[in-house]
Design a protein around this ligand. Structure first.
Ligand SMILES: [Zn+2]
Length: 425
């Protein structure tokens, strides 16, 4: 149960432009429906280095185009991966061939056994196309079911980093998000949980062949879910911006996303109108493209155990940890910078993040984010979600064990993380 810090119906609207037309959207996303690759290998070859350039259909009311896209891939053997609710609400089955098979046997934050069941179904049915519909969990399940190799030994080897075993002959993958935030439709990662441990597969073969982003599909999304996803995309933008792997291009994408997402969150939790859904979808794609280049950092590393152990939704968990990390990074950039580009470089980026968050100094960024989390309708202290002092050591142990934690521009010793977490209870 998520404690709400404010009434859902309150809050003003952010000052955003109205709905954009299709031409503007094409320009804004940076890539239109340009080409449809016939195989994963072809798609991989065709992609420019600043990725996220998977062909994409973007715009309200464009879901029906899934029919034509599926028809370009083989003979119409389609496996649809999505929860019953996502499939029903999206109405996607109307546009898929008769005889389309379904896979819905996965939980939120999919477990390894869910994914292995999906792989078995792919092996038995041998679809030409896997279509994933839903939120981040459905995207992860579809990505992994389609690309993990046959046999348990190979699948486990991939999860332990032997990504060379990922299928090169995988069916095409069409991703259709029904809520904006994860950016999964443009990233090359997929996550699965086993016994509380998180495994992330990170490889170009995980990318979708094409995605369809129709912001109307999020029209029925409950505001609590939509705003947690806004915080997810916002965390992607900030973390990408300060990542050790950031580039001028990735920061441009992340910066644009951050400004819009800040405005959306500041407007307060509410049922989103069509224009807001379009802006969030665009921002989630931009932030997704940015992390596809840079990867996420420590806020995501600490969010995973918080989600697994306490059931805090992924985006909200990222936002809660990003609050203390903004403070930590701003305080230690002078003395504990680990970015080879130097403390001066990172300080300039922190100044930019502060400005994108609407404040003057990096030391104010944490407070700015805390206000946005509260405006989005969430309690901002970890203690409100059941985290106690006794739990912090386990969260720190899991968080610092993630490779994502090493992508932060300053050192993060365990005792500093423990102190910071306890201050946020
Ligand atoms: Zn995320």
């Amino acid at each position: 149960m998520i404690p709400a810090a404010r009434d859902e119906s309150t809050g003003g609207r952010p000052a955003l432009a109205g709905a954009l037309d299709r031409e503007q959207l094409g320009t804004a996303t940076g890539y239109r429906t340009t080409r449809l690759c016939r195989s994963a290998a072809e798609a991989e070859q065709a992609r420019p280095e600043l990725s996220g350039a998977a062909p994409q259909v973007f715009g309200t009311g464009r879901l029906p185009e899934v029919a034509g896209i599926v028809a370009t891939h083989g003979t119409g053997r389609v496996l649809l991966v999505g929860s019953d609710a996502a499939v029903r609400r999206s109405g996607i089955e109307r546009f898929l061939p008769a005889g389309t098979r379904r896979f819905n046997g996965f939980s939120p934050n999919p477990r390894l056994q869910d994914v292995l069941d999906g792989c078995d179904l792919v092996a038995r049915y041998q679809p030409d196309v896997v279509v994933g519909v839903g939120g981040g969990s459905a995207m992860d399940a579809a990505k992994l079911a389609r690309v993990l190799p046959p046999g348990d030994a190979g699948r486990h080897a991939v999860l332990h980093s032997d990504v060379g075993l990922l299928r090169t002959d995988a069916p095409a993958l069409v991703l259709v998000p029904t809520v904006s935030g994860s950016g999964s439709e443009v990233t090359r990662f997929a996550t699965v949980y086993d016994d509380g441990r998180k495994y992330s597969v990170d490889h170009a073969r995980v990318l979708s062949t094409v995605s369809i982003v129709d912001p109307d599909l999020a029209a029925t999304c409950p505001p609590a879910v939509a705003f947690s996803c806004v915080l997810d995309a916002l965390a992607h933008a900030v973390e990408s911006y300060w990542s050790l792997r950031s580039t001028a291009d990735s920061r441009a994408l992340a910066g644009e996303a951050l400004v819009t997402l800040r405005q959306i969150a500041a407007g307060g939790r509410r049922r989103l109108d069509s224009a807001a859904r379009v802006h969030i979808a665009l921002s989630a794609i931009r932030a997704g493209r940015a992390i596809d280049v840079t990867r996420t950092t420590a806020a995501h590393a600490f969010a995973y155990p918080t989600t697994v152990r306490f059931g805090v939704p992924h985006g909200l968990a990222c936002g809660l940890h990003l609050i203390w990390l903004l403070d930590h990074v701003a305080s230690l950039v002078e003395t504990d910078c680990v970015d080879p580009r130097g403390a001066e470089f990172v300080t300039a980026r922190l100044d930019e993040i502060a400005s994108l968050l609407g404040v003057e100094h990096p030391k104010e960024s944490a407070h700015a984010l805390e206000s946005l989390v509260a405006a989005a309708g969430f309690a901002t202290r970890l203690g409100m979600y059941g985290v106690t002092g006794a739990d912090t050591a386990a969260i720190v142990g899991d968080g610092l064990g993630s490779v994502r934690a090493g992508n932060l521009p300053v050192r993060l010793p365990p005792d500093a993380a423990l102190t910071a977490l306890r201050d946020r209870l």
